[in-house]
Write a protein that binds this ligand. Structure first.
Ligand code: PMP
Length: 428
């Protein structure tokens, strides 16, 4: 038995399902998870000593690659001074200023410990600020596991949401209305019925959590117009896309400004960080300045701030996002060529350094079309890629991430493995 399998069965004795986050369990690909020993640049190494080219990147944060020397050095320095005080440090202001300078819609920002906390807090703020209770979210967008956001679509367009997990009160779920992503008329229908009740519309401006799906032309602009018309706050959940698609996130790429933005992943440089920010008058509603309560013992802790600061410093350098785009293009060209050669129904979707290979015969524009993907084929593909030393997110409905350390060699090796894996899918 491999060491990973041994460790997994041991973990299952003490941890529900053996993991601290369900997607790690490899259930969707009918396999057992690898236990990771260490990471370096574009690579991770499992406890059995096998080396993989990593496209999970801790689900997004590792844009500089694993264990970047500048981040490690900064963390070592800070660790000598202490890891948490529960009192202000100048590091919090430095990171906050970097976020405010980098993201034009953000005047002030509050640090939390995860993306989940960021979106939960942003919703409370939106409700507190507008005095309204309903939330609109898009089907297939994931915003962490807060009650209001773990909600699935009801049966009709304007029906109220149903709980997406046991333990989410039906009354809570009913406050969330779910509409399809990329569908403005569905949103207009909802606003006709609930024009004065909606505190916020929240979405991933480019989705990663149903796989990578881009907004249709004009979609984000229309969202901006409609929400403004109804006095509803527009929240971009940029936990994945922030500092990833551009330094200023998807809102920089598409030139649409939300009222509030949530962050996570990259701004923590691999340590637990989330944040939410936006217009000054809205952010001033947060305690101790305003009436919306939100707090955290470890929020803004000096280690997490240090990792975030040193990561953003490197991302601010000239040409970083062009470099990522070039890497994305190179991978895309190779994979598109393989798709043509092998000739199977697959769609490659990429924005910058985020991509998904959908085992799907038609274009994917929303959750319903994403769900039409062949998950059995994906599973075969995933397991063959793993055998070939390529570590991908273990589900069809996830984004893959390219880091600055994925060199031409790694990308070529990935394209080669992709060819073999596509052939295997075709043969099975
Ligand atoms: N929002 C988005 C867009 C995400 O992708 C995620 C996590 N994948 C979250 C929120 C939740 O973040 P966390 O896992 O840090 O709670």
């Amino acid at each position: 038995m491999s060491k990973s399998k041994e460790l997994f069965s041991e973990a299952k004795k003490y941890i529900p399902g053996g993991v601290n986050s369900p997607a790690r369990a490899f259930k969707a690909v009918e396999n057992d998870p690898l236990f990771i020993e260490q990471g370096k640049g574009a690579f991770i190494y499992d406890v059995d000593g096998k080396k993989y080219i990593d496209y999970v990147g801790s689900w997004g944060p590792m844009i500089l690659g694993h264990n970047h020397p500048a981040v490690v050095e900064a963390l070592q320095q800070q660790l000598m001074k202490g890891s948490s005080f529960g009192a202000p440090t100048k590091l919090e202001t430095i990171l906050a200023e970097m976020v405010v300078e980098g993201v034009s819609s953000v005047d002030k920002v509050r640090m939390v410990n995860s993306g989940t906390e960021a979106t939960m807090s942003a919703l409370r703020l939106a409700r507190g600020y507008t005095g309204r209770t309903k939330i609109i979210k898009m089907e297939g967008c994931y915003h962490g596991h807060g009650d209001s956001l773990l909600v699935e679509a009801g049966s009709g367009i304007t029906t109220l949401g149903i709980a997406g997990s046991a333990g989410v009160p039906a009354k809570m779920a009913e406050e969330t209305i779910v509409v399809p992503y990329n569908d403005i008329s569905a949103l207009e229908e909802v606003f006709k019925e609930y024009s004065q009740d909606v505190a916020a519309v929240i979405l991933e401006p480019v989705t990663g959590n149903m796989g990578v799906v881009a907004p249709k032309n004009g979609y984000l602009e229309s969202l901006r117009e409609i929400t403004k018309k109804y006095g509803t706050l527009l929240i971009f959940d940029e936990v994945m896309t922030g500092f990833r698609l551009a330094y200023g996130g998807a809102q920089e790429l598409y030139q649409v400004e939300p009222d509030l933005t949530t962050f996570g992943k990259i701004i923590g440089g691999g340590l637990p960080v989330g944040a939410y920010g936006g217009k000054r008058e809205i952010m001033n509603y947060i305690a101790p300045e305003g009436p919306v309560y939100q707090a955290g013992t470890l929020s803004g802790n000096p280690l997490a701030m240090t990792a975030g600061i040193s990561t953003l410093k490197l991302l601010k350098e000239e040409g970083v996002y062009n470099t990522l785009e070039e890497k994305g293009k190179l991978l895309e060209a190779g994979i598109q060529e393989n798709i043509r050669k092998v000739d199977i129904p697959v769609v490659f979707s990429r924005i910058g350094s985020m991509f998904t290979l959908f085992f799907n015969g038609s274009d994917v524009t929303d959750y319903q079309s994403a769900k039409g993907s062949n998950t059995k084929a994906f599973s075969i593909y995933f397991n063959k890629m793993l055998e070939e030393g390529i570590y991908l997110p273990p589900s069809q409905f996830e984004a893959n991430f390219i880091s600055l350390t994925h060199s031409k060699d790694e990308i070529e090796a990935t394209v080669e493995a992709n060819y073999k894996a596509l052939l295997e899918v075709k043969e099975k």
